[in-house]
Design a protein around this ligand. Structure first.
Ligand code: ZN
Length: 558
């Protein structure tokens, strides 16, 4: 089914709510496993239709934000989803508490029900007011960040517009841009501290209301961490410190030499090449066509996938008036079809969409025939393995996009993947410190961040840029405010992706087979189990990171 022919009609949420109520009653009364299975399948039909319609409304709204019909439809779902959520929770509770649960586990796999149990532990109706307050605080942070109006270069800029100047070839301009950013954050430091302090206290209250000693445990449950705990994550961070931090130090020395400065300062950090970043060749249409060719050549599976995407017009990537910003991959459950949205603008970001977002889309495509839509996607870190690994698998075809510049594009990709890991794990350790010690003062939190900076990024020289110099740099990382503990996922995924990259360097076909083994399981296995089926070390095992640094170090030297 072509995207444009997918017919939309509103999924009536009141009706759905009533049907959920009936299903919950039936599930509680089910006299045997087979009946319970039939109830789950009935729910599945309802759920898939609802998901398909609400996603269609959302996608069509993002393609043309000026279309008032889909805008209204999207608002309808935004309002109704929390109401439905309550009914859904009741239904899921009836399933996991049923004496016939073993029959469900046999038919659909045990993991889904383990995950549901974890999710149920994160909620009780009594905490609704606290959750609303948590939401209000995160919205306040977003508003504050969005309110930035910075006078710079004769213009009034927001923070993301200012960010472009942080990579400017002229060192003085970069320095000024950092100072301007710093000034905004320093002017708002009291409010930023207050919002975060309240968030930490609120989240701790929520955790205690649910019977946990602090928020860390609840944070892990919210992220459905079904196969690793804080101690394992700590071990992983330790490997980053011992194996990646020294390599990044060397990369930063190379960078200083490349851009011609004695000593790298914070305002040199994002400026990697005097000649600028590699740019893809050709028009957006040509870049898209190159993407098609790449997937046709990569494997029989990706060939089938990309032709499905093109035949059914499941892309909207060319920028046009009225389109929302950004890029994403989503799926229409009833049509078993992924969909990719982007705004091509002739930069390397266009290629990233075709490798990263298409990696997500491909993963969905391989599990589209699973009986339950809830089992197609694994937890976040594993979803990001799908996409981040695809970015590396695509190396073999980067010349189709970059021509002569492909080698430099590869270098930059590998370099940025490695440089990210210490920063990402630092964000994670910071959150453990903050939520394990909810009574820290705002000042103590900044001191903790500075100590972590020395451990994870010893090469950083903050010079006279106060915001960073005073240990406040974490306040621009929106995940710390909005999505607690959602940062290690990127680090774990990047590590596994680097592992797949190292495999492609030795034997591409073997790497591909193992990537397929990981991906085609969809959400039927945990992250650790997925690493197992792909026969790769998990990032929690000693020596995993070292293996990567050795291969990467050799490649970068060459
Ligand atoms: Zn992604």
């Amino acid at each position: 089914m072509k995207f444009k022919d997918m017919e939309y009609s509103r999924a009536d949420c009141d009706e759905l709510k009533e049907k959920y109520g009936q299903l919950t009653k039936q599930a509680k009364k089910a006299t045997d496993g087979e009946r319970l299975i039939q109830i789950v399948l009935k729910h599945e039909t309802l759920y898939k239709r609802f998901a398909t319609m609400s996603t269609l409304a959302e996608v069509r709204n993002s393609i043309n934000t000026e279309d008032s019909f889909y805008k209204g439809e999207k608002e309808y779902y935004d309002e109704m989803v929390p109401v439905l959520q309550e009914e859904l929770q009741e239904f899921l509770k009836a399933l996991v508490e049923s004496p016939h649960r073993p029959a469900l586990e046999e038919r659909f796999g045990e993991l889904l029900f383990t995950n549901i149990e974890m999710e149920l532990k994160t909620f009780r109706p009594e905490i609704i007011p606290l959750l609303q307050e948590e939401n209000k605080l995160t919205s306040k942070y977003q508003e504050l960040i969005a309110s930035a109006q910075i006078d710079f270069d004769g213009k009034v800029l927001n923070l993301s517009q200012l960010a472009a100047y942080k990579e400017n070839p002229d060192r003085q301009t970069r320095h000024k841009a950092y100072l301007a950013e710093s000034e905004f954050f320093m002017a708002n430091q009291a409010e930023l501290d207050r919002i975060f302090d309240e968030l930490v206290k609120k989240r701790t209250d929520i955790a205690r209301a649910l019977g946990f000693s602090n928020f860390t445990e609840l944070g892990y449950l919210r992220m459905t961490r079904n196969c690793y705990d804080p101690a394992m994550v700590k071990n992983f961070r330790g490997q980053i410190i011992s194996d990646i931090v020294p390599l990044v130090g060397k990369l930063k020395e190379m960078q200083a030499e490349r851009i011609g400065v004695d000593k790298l300062k914070v305002y040199d950090d994002l400026f990697g090449y005097r000649e600028g970043n590699p740019k893809p060749e050709g028009t957006p249409e040509e870049i898209l066509a190159a993407g098609k060719r790449m997937y046709e050549e990569m494997s029989p599976e990706t060939k089938e996938f990309i032709n499905f995407m093109f035949d059914n017009e499941l892309f909207d990537v060319i920028t046009k008036k009225g389109k929302a910003a950004g890029g994403y991959c989503t799926e229409f459950a009833d049509y078993k079809a992924p969909f990719i949205f982007a705004n091509f603008n002739g930069t390397s970001g266009d290629v990233d969409v075709l490798t990263h977002e298409a990696g997500h889309a491909f993963a969905f495509y391989t599990s589209r025939d699973f009986e339950l839509a809830e089992t197609t996607n694994p937890t976040y870190e594993s979803c990001e393995v799908h996409s981040m690994s695809m970015e590396f698998i695509a190396w073999k075809w980067l010349h189709l996009f970059y021509g002569e510049d492909a080698k430099r594009a590869k270098f930059m990709h590998l370099e940025s993947a490695l440089v990210f890991l210490p920063y990402g794990t630092m964000v994670d350790e910071f959150q453990h410190i903050v939520y394990d010690n909810p009574d820290l003062t705002p000042q103590q939190r900044c001191e903790a961040w500075l100590t972590l900076e020395k451990k994870y990024r010893p090469y950083m020289d903050f010079d006279d840029v106060d915001f960073y110099r005073l240990g406040r740099g974490w306040q621009r990382q929106l995940h710390i405010y909005m999505y607690p503990f959602y940062y290690i996922d990127y680090c774990l995924a990047q590590t596994v992706a680097l592992f797949f990259w190292s495999l492609t360097q030795k034997d591409f076909q073997d790497a591909w087979r193992r990537y397929m083994a990981f991906t085609t399981q969809g959400g039927k296995k945990t992250f650790v189990e997925l690493c197992g089926v792909a026969r790769i070390k998990t990032p929690f095992e000693e020596g995993c990171v070292k293996g990567i640094t050795d291969t990467a170090g050799d490649w970068l030297k060459r």
